[in-house]
Write a protein that binds this ligand. Sequence first.
Ligand code: HEC
Ligand code: HEC
Length: 296
Amino acid sequence: MKKMVIGGVILIVVLMFATFFGAGDAFQSDDSVNSLTMIGALAIITITVATALKYVNQIKNDKATGDLADESWDGIGEYKNPVPFGWAIIFIGTILWMLWYFFVGYPTNQFSQIGQYNEEVKESNAKFAETWKNPDHDTLVAMGESVFLVQCAPCHGVDAEGIEGKAQDLTHRISEAQVLYTIENGQNSLGYAMGAMPPNMASGDDAKAIAKYIADGLKGEAPAMFSACASCHGPDGTGMGGMAPNLKEYDETLVTHVLEHGKRGEIGTMPSFKGRLNPTQVKAVSAYLSSIKAGE
Ligand code: HEC
Ligand code: HEC
């Protein structure tokens, strides 16, 4: 027993030294919190070593006493030990806590990062809608410009003139080449109520005359064959109130359709922006596109 106590004290001293040198510079300042930490370390090490010694001593020297239970398993008996009170409390408490945690404190589905993200997006959208409930025209144009610069300028250019013809020049409604391409190939990418535009609606000189007329902004007298187009696009080419695309300008209906469905055409493919812009932003971008055309 004496030997064990001496061993224990040596162990405590060794562990304290190890702690002191292991923690390095941390204890070399005269910060009182660091000294407290050392006192804490001493307490923990002493308690640990003392507890370990107590049990080692018990294993070595204790003789079993008490009443044996009736059961005997192949000669191995069991003492009638009552369940330790503290252990029983913790055991039952853990089960109760588990039930509380599972059903009340933290039910399944209560939290997820995705759920939290969605909620925050919803909140932010509601705040956005509330803040910009009735924006005036100038506000829309300004908002449209900033959306355009971030979302659209990489393809359409900061001045909306298209970058080396790789996306449409949005300061001009449509080019002759694009109209001719559409007349020849038809088009079905914008999702208008009227559906697809059939191919080969006109040909040869007729088609060229129509294309020039449209590209020039439908001014002056329409070529005779334009009547074939007017049945869907309207006599003035503005799309009969949203049934077919407005050929004269980028009105809100057209921009909304393009942003929702994307567009495949003569120049290339524009991706859909579905879900990436909210209705106010779509309206703002349309207002912005109209404003740059008006200002040219
Ligand atoms: C049957 C109805 C119909 C007729 C007739 C018609 N179009 Fe169209 N046109 C459409 C529809 C619908 C679209 C949109 C197609 C889509 O969803 O992409 C369209 C799209 C277009 C576009 C592309 C607009 C854009 O910016 O994407 C051009 C240009 C066009 N039409 C020109 C003409 C011309 C020129 C004629 C006459 C030769 C004509 N259309 C006749 C229904 C018609
Ligand atoms: C990845 C490149 C790209 C991005 C980004 C892009 N566009 Fe486009 N956009 C195109 C291309 C290519 C066309 C021409 C499609 C064709 O061949 O008719 C086009 C055409 C258009 C047209 C004309 C469609 C028609 O029917 O005449 C509009 C309007 C338009 N874009 C608006 C926008 C707006 C607004 C944004 C930003 C929210 C945007 N685009 C972002 C590539 C892009």
